[in-house]
Write a protein that binds this ligand. Structure first.
Ligand SMILES: Cc1cc2nc3c(=O)[nH]c(=O)nc-3n(C[C@H](O)[C@H](O)[C@H](O)COP(=O)(O)OP(=O)(O)OC[C@H]3O[C@@H](n4cnc5c(N)ncnc54)[C@H](O)[C@@H]3O)c2cc1C
Length: 366
């Protein structure tokens, strides 16, 4: 075998998995298509976010919280190995509401989740005045916010770069510009072939190809029921400090720009931004933080999320080919610490296994 693990996809998910496997002493080769592919890891919002995850599936809320808890030491490791500051800040975050009714409706949902978790779910409701004490620049139209002390944000591009460096330093191979076209199960292992007919044989294969899994998944017996969902984001010029904590729609990045987004639209494999959506995002941001009316927008972009039918991750071992695994998720930045951590126990069949029963593909069987 040329490697114990071949990972198809060098986005944040594939790299996080690779890092965890290399730390366990496994040999890993990542195959990544490169710039011609849709790459959510290069277009996301950078939140390490607990709120809104698992409102209807407590196992997902717990999985997300476990990743958020593990994040500090994960980020410290990547910073040490790569020498890149990731600017992780986990000092809490908000979901801002513009009406009392929507704030109250959300509070009821979070109360329900807290009850299902036996009272262990950290959120607070803040009215306008309480929020204004923390965030003096909110506008008069803001009704209040939900606050969760476990929320935070990170520089997602440095995380991606830092992980790539860390994977290489631990002895992993990252092959970019290699679009995998064929994965053939053998009596032992898998033969992987790319667009140039380069091949390799690996004992196990992990499909972490984002939207590329829609076509590769069935080769390994996965249904891969994922779809693209477009999100658009704006970044402004660098500004003096405008906010202390991120909220789910606006955050001040470590370099000073205000990042605004992300929209969501079901438009298929379309990653082009449009003026109407960008204008809507900007107007809403100005309602939340009126000082933004004077900010200059530097650029905007669109990227495609990788969505499962219920928005939860999919962690599935192939029934037909047990050495093949499928990993995908909606929140790969947030879950990077879990993917680099305990998910490696699942991939390596270790005695200690995370409980992934809520995340198999079979939950979509009718
Ligand atoms: C607008 C937006 C905002 C977001 N905000 C957040 C956020 O705030 N917090 C958060 O946690 N998550 C966020 N996300 C989600 C997060 O970005 C994704 O969950 C994450 O990037 C998925 O990583 P991935 O590695 O699975 O996919 P990708 O980043 O898409 O990577 C897949 C990789 O597979 C490769 N590939 C595809 N096909 C093949 C093939 N045939 N052969 C070889 N390689 C292949 C591609 O080259 C690509 O590099 C956001 C996403 C979007 C779009």
């Amino acid at each position: 075998m040329e490697a114990e693990f071949a990972i198809i996809g060098g986005g944040i998910v594939g790299l996080s998995l690779a890092y965890g496997l290399l730390k366990r002493g496994k040999s890993v080769c990542i195959w990544d298509e490169g710039d011609s592919a849709f790459r959510a890891s290069r277009g996301n919002f950078g939140l390490v976010w607990v709120q809104s995850k698992g409102l209807h599936q407590p196992a997902y809320a717990q999985w997300t919280r476990a990743s958020a808890r593990a994040y500090r030491s994960f980020a410290d490791e990547i910073e040490t190995v790569s020498g890149l500051p990731l600017n992780l800040q986990q000092d809490g975050g908000y979901i801002i509401h513009m009406s009392e009714d929507s704030l109250d409706a959300d509070r009821k949902l979070y109360d329900g989740l807290r009850n299902r978790l036996g009272g262990d779910y950290p959120f607070e409701v803040m009215g306008h005045n309480a929020l204004k004490t923390e965030e003096p620049n909110i506008g008069p139209k803001v009704a209040g916010a939900l606050y969760c002390r476990e929320d935070g944000h990170v520089n997602p591009l440095r995380l991606l770069r830092g992980l790539t460096i860390a994977v290489r330093q631990l002895g992993g191979t990252v092959r970019t510009g290699h679009r995998v076209t064929d994965i053939q199960p053998q009596s032992a292992g898998f033969t992987i072939t790319d667009q140039n007919n380069t091949t390799m044989v690996a004992e196990k294969v992990v499909l972490a190809a984002g939207l590329g899994a829609m076509t590769l998944g069935p080769q390994l017996g996965f249904t891969a029921p994922i779809r693209p969902q477009q999100g658009q984001i704006i970044i402004t010029e660098k500004l003096p400090k405008l906010m202390n904590r991120p909220n789910v729609e606006v955050r001040q990045v470590d370099e000073g720009g205000i990042q605004i987004g992300a929209s969501s639209a079901e438009v298929g494999l379309n990653d082009r931004e449009d003026v109407a959506t960008v204008a809507g995002l900007a107007a809403h941001a100005v309602d939340m933080f009126p000082k933004l009316a004077h900010a200059r927008m530097l650029r905007s972009w669109a990227a495609l999320r990788i969505m499962s039918p219920d928005g939860l991750p999919i962690y599935q071992r192939s029934v037909q080919h047990p050495g093949a695994f499928f990993v995908t998720c909606h929140s790969g930045i947030t879950l990077a610490a879990a993917h680099a951590g305990v998910l490696g126990d699942w991939l390596t069949d270790s005695a200690e296994q995370p409980d992934l029963t809520a995340f198999g593909e079979d939950r979509f069987d009718v």
